[in-house]
Ligand binder design. Sequence first.
Ligand SMILES: NC(=O)c1ccc[n+]([C@@H]2O[C@H](COP(=O)([O-])OP(=O)(O)OC[C@H]3O[C@@H](n4cnc5c(N)ncnc54)[C@H](O)[C@@H]3O)[C@@H](O)[C@H]2O)c1
Length: 281
Amino acid sequence: MDISEVIKQAAQAIKDADVLLITAGAGMGVDSGLPDFRGDQGFWKAYPALQGYSFIDMANPEWFESDPHRAWGFYGHRLNLYRETVPHQGFQLLLQWTLEKAKSSFVYTSNVDGQFQKSGFDPDCICECHGSIHHWQELNGRGEIHIADGIELDIDEKAVRLSGDLPRHPLLRGEVRPNILMFGDFYWQSERTDQQYDRFDAWIEQHQNTKVTIIEMGAGTAIPSVRNQGERLLRQNPAARLIRINPRESQCRHHDQTQCFSIPLGALEALSQIQASYESL
Ligand SMILES: NC(=O)c1ccc[n+]([C@@H]2O[C@H](COP(=O)([O-])OP(=O)(O)OC[C@H]3O[C@@H](n4cnc5c(N)ncnc54)[C@H](O)[C@@H]3O)[C@@H](O)[C@H]2O)c1
């Protein structure tokens, strides 16, 4: 099908929806200037000092024990980057569409960067399945989870190392780390994410027989948690629609083409084109 026709159908699906479910992977941040992980401009190209290590090697809590300045070099650089980033205009288009609906919409994302909160989305309607870099926990997995706003980190970006003392949090004891789910993560404190899931599951339950349009952006196939979430909902709810936006991996596994719209463009470009079509409906 011609792409302009798919854009038109996607705009119609957004207009017709009772609620929107916005789902996003790392590709959502690319148009804000953020790296994804595996793309050509992904994090591995951005960290020459980490050559020889894979993402899976680095995203391991073991580093906070064995070489915490390295661990904070990796996570601290990202924290600083996400704090500085201005979310691209596509976030505002999504927010506008959600606010037009009578009922509340929801965001489900594997991104830990807090860009949806920064764009004005209701924090109670966001589920961050891999946690948040802006929230910290104790290294030993005990205690609570607290926001780290205002705590500055000085990172030597070339060496990818924290300069100076290890960070402390006034409300947490001892050594701390970001509340992000890492690989082999025995001490991940899941309470904040569990609460987000409770709200998300209740929202899904509440809308299981309504017209839910899922707008998925930048979700890769290597760790398909975000893609699976949308596809599961499609199978459960015949009134659901999925708009999959991804310049390289927009294919839909779901066979019913009336339920799934594949848009092989970047997020900002696709959302802008949908908005132009939406205005003319
Ligand atoms: N910003 C973040 O918080 C961040 C960044 C990188 C990775 N992560 C974490 O790492 C894991 C990575 O998995 P992933 O699937 O999110 O990332 P990934 O790098 O595996 O996949 C990114 C996807 O985005 C697509 N993409 C690239 N440019 C795009 C654009 N302009 N618009 C839309 N899509 C675009 C790519 O084709 C790819 O399919 C996740 O679990 C996540 O927790 C988080």
